[in-house]
Design a protein around this ligand. Structure first.
Ligand SMILES: *[C@@H]1O[C@H](CO)[C@@H](O)[C@H](O)[C@H]1NC(C)=O
Ligand SMILES: *[C@@H]1O[C@H](CO)[C@@H](O)[C@H](O)[C@H]1NC(C)=O
Length: 526
């Protein structure tokens, strides 16, 4: 009995000590950041209330700080910690150029999407699969273009029947199924890419990862492990995915063991590309390979679906003149090059249109986080102490009239015109990050696709949203849009002429999740 008592006493003391040290640490960070002006509630208690305020008002707070402190830093209180927001081209350039040992992308991603609980600690500790996306997958885009295009044609005709009457479909869920199926034509090929349960589980995992991350980040650090272990979607997803992937993975491992890597008929797919990297030990198991295939799926589905849904909403409200310009450009390029990566690369007006959709939607209030590992001093002299988090006010930046004339106006060919005027062919392309445009992330970690958000990545490109996937994503997006333009007329339900309101939660934004889009066979389609 007395042993139990002393155990409880010890446990209570230990628990109290942890809590006190956390509170002291939080206060110390606040104190170290006292030279950075605050937007929103401040002070000891209100800073906790501030976290709640932030969830509702992140966009206004980011805009207020952006307007008031232009060229400087400010901070806002999030539910779990302070976020330092930097503004102006000089600070953003310092930010882009800073080494990973100062401003770490990986560490920030680990917290923004709570990787250990959402996508697996093992994929954070060794992320060789991102290198595979950057190299093998990117190299094979052109080679496998025909397959992916074939799947796009099939998936569209099943999801959105080509009829003379209007067909109404919910945009986001339909887009997610089309994207899942077409990317998996490249990842795992037929017949699995069309298997409905396989598609369902990959989409569910994608949705669950971001949902779990949103919720876990509402908890203070102390409670995150508890919330994380309750909400983790990993074991369920792996269990379900193994049902489909295990026979294929086991067979490939056996064949590779027996014949090496050059046996006749070895598929040219994601699994072979992963095994080409010689994963060893725990990394060369059905479970680990399943988890990596799930992760690559999640990143690809998330980024491409979010971007395509935004774009589809804008496409649905364009006047005929804009649609005609886009269609003519696609037809001219296809006449010259046929359906190919090369043809998609020629679509400058489409590239501009896509980029303008994403700019106009604006993205997250605050994103592109970096964790400060060593005290970092910006060129204006502001020092941000180790242990803080730094981010950029993406939405405000994308609506800054110093960079964009009439920022709240949608100008489909804004970037194409800038390209033509300045004679700079690369700078204004969708995949090129610059200080005024952060869709694909900044600097060396410019994203995979990430959509916006997420965020995510060039290893050095070590992150999943890292730029490895962005070439694939942009190419796929163009093919999806080209197919849509040549096959259908599109409009919004109820003939609405405004883009459906996006879903915002805290500082994050995604396209409206329920709005419907109507499709009809294009008059000249045959
Ligand atoms: C596809 O990727 C594999 C693995 O990196 C590579 O060996 C192969 O050459 C690529 N195929 C093409 C056509 O580039
Ligand atoms: C999504 O769009 C629909 C239709 O336009 C609208 O009724 C709904 O409120 C929107 N959802 C959100 C979260 O704004």
């Amino acid at each position: 009995m007395s042993e139990l008592k002393s155990f409880l006493y010890l446990a209570a003391t230990f628990g109290a000590a942890i809590i006190i040290s956390k509170v002291i640490r939080a206060q110390l960070t606040t104190w170290k950041l006292r030279h950075v002006p605050t937007v929103g509630p401040k002070g000891f208690f209100s800073s906790y209330y501030g976290g709640v305020h932030f969830i509702k008002h992140a966009y206004e707070m980011a805009q207020e700080g952006y307007n008031k402190y232009q060229g400087r830093a400010f901070k806002v209180r999030m539910p779990d910690q302070w976020l330092v927001v930097i503004t102006g081209p000089d600070m953003i350039n310092d930010f882009r150029k800073a080494g990973d040992d100062y401003l770490s992308f990986d560490d920030a991603i680990a917290t923004t999407i709570q990787t250990d609980y959402t996508i697996g600690k093992e994929t954070r500790l060794n992320n060789y699969h991102l290198g595979v996306v950057r190299t093998s997958l990117t190299r094979n885009i052109s080679h496998r273009f025909g397959d992916v295009r074939d799947e796009i044609v099939n998936a569209f005709s099943e999801e959105i029947p080509i009829k003379n009457d209007w067909v109404t479909v919910p945009a986001l869920s339909t887009v997610m199924r089309i994207v899942c199926r077409t990317t998996n034509r490249l990842f795992v090929d037929l017949p699995l890419c069309r298997e409905s349960d396989y598609m369902r589980l990959n989409i569910e995992f994608t949705v669950d990862v971001f949902k779990a991350a949103r919720i876990i980040n509402l908890f203070p650090d102390l409670l995150k492990p508890i919330a994380g272990n309750l909400l983790t979607p990993i074991s369920k997803a792996v269990r379900q995915a193994r049902r489909h992937l295990e026979p294929m993975i086991q067979e490939r491992l056996d064949q590779d063991d027996q014949y090496g890597k050059n046996w006749a008929g070895r598929p040219n797919d994601l699994l072979s590309w992963l095994l080409d990297e010689n994963p060893q030990g725990d990394l060369r198991t059905v479970r680990d390979l399943t988890l990596r295939i799930l992760n690559i799926n999640m990143a690809a589905i998330h980024t491409t679906s979010m971007a395509f849904t935004h774009i589809l909403y804008y496409l649905s409200i364009q006047p005929d003149e804009v649609i005609t310009v886009l269609r003519e450009e696609v037809e001219a390029s296809l006449n010259e090059h046929g359906w190919s990566k090369l043809a998609m690369g020629q679509l400058r007006r489409m590239d501009s249109f896509m980029k303008e959709c994403v700019r106009s939607a604006g993205g997250h209030a605050l994103s592109i986080d970096r964790e400060v590992l060593k005290d970092f001093t910006f060129s204006d002299g502001t020092t941000i102490p180790a242990g803080s988090r730094v981010a950029i006010a993406s939405f405000a930046l994308h609506h800054d009239e110093r960079y964009y004339e009439d920022p709240y106006e949608f100008k489909p060919f804004r970037f194409a015109d800038m390209r033509a005027q300045e004679g700079e062919s690369i700078k204004h392309q969708m995949i090129t990050p610059n200080p005024e445009y952060m869709f694909f992330g900044a600097g060396r970690h410019a994203w995979w696709v990430s959509y916006q958000s997420v965020r995510q990545q060039c290893l050095k490109y070590r992150i999943f949203t890292s730029s490895p996937g962005r070439f694939f994503a942009v190419n796929e997006l163009k093919t999806l849009i080209a197919h849509t333009l040549l096959t259908y007329d599109v409009k919004l339900e109820h003939d609405s002429k405004t883009v459906p309101k996006p879903f915002c939660f805290g500082r994050t934004m995604m396209p409206n999740r329920t709005a419907k889009v109507m499709f009809r066979k294009r008059s000249t389609y045959n």
